[in-house]
Design a protein around this ligand. Sequence first.
Ligand code: MN3
Length: 325
Amino acid sequence: MILRIDRLALELPPPSTPDPNGASAVQELMGGKFGEMSTLMNYTFQSFNFRGRQKLRPFYDLIANIAAEEYGHIEAVAATINSMLTGASDDDDKVPNDAGLSGLKDARIQQHAIAPGGLGALCADSQGRPWTGDNVFSSGDLIEDLTHNYFLETGARSGKLRVYEMCDHPAARALTGYLLVRGGVHQVAYARALELLTGADMTKLFPSPRIPTAKIPECQPHIEQGSHLKLYRFSPDDYREIVAVFTGPHPETGEPLEVVDHAPEGHLPQDLPPQEAVFAPDYATEEIAEIAQKLRKQAGLPDQVTAQVAEPQSTLGKVADKLTP
Ligand code: MN3
């Protein structure tokens, strides 16, 4: 089972200038062959299908736990896409014949606005093609699967770098900076597992993309916090045997790898404003909000919402005005 934490893996900036075509490029990191849906589902199925897990426990724990982190990565990619799409419709023109969606006429992925729409992330790649289970490789052979995973993380990091170079939107940059560092950790984890099993040093055999994260500004906050060395344990009590595999020096920096005995704290998500031109979440959000408030009262909940989101920020501009009733 998965325990869900209502925090985002990284701190994303508040929505700024909408960038629907940038959002289309970021879709590749969601539903592309080397995107986060693929890493999530590859490790998830490999862990589901893992036989002899007691005997091979550290390897099972490693794959199962990295799968859990990948859930947070698809969540972070979706949040980025949603942020980049915020404001892409003109909500001042609520009457359909006012062409409130004309700004999206030339968008590369028009499904963001049409169907399924809602100016939300799609489970699809940068061309709008749906993600497919064909991207899952779960052979049952541990060494084969680990080798595949190393290759998958390698391709995933190349993809992140290319999206970084394609998109200068602040949300896309924050996302790719973070994912480059975390993907690097997963690459190291699978390389180390293979090294311990077979003696093969993947990092020498197969020079993984030489991505100079030390020179990428958006990677720096994560490197400074040591995120490039840490594997988090995403469970209150389980998956404790990762320490047997995720160990030794980092192959590039020589610093000791570390298993952190809890999930990362995470960051408060942005509360993205309604986009009424696409009825997200409704043509008149206030009506549903009133119903929600009535139900909350009936349930004995306090007046103040019990959950937190990131503080609205002034850079939201016209979007922020709309949040104010
Ligand atoms: Mn990932």
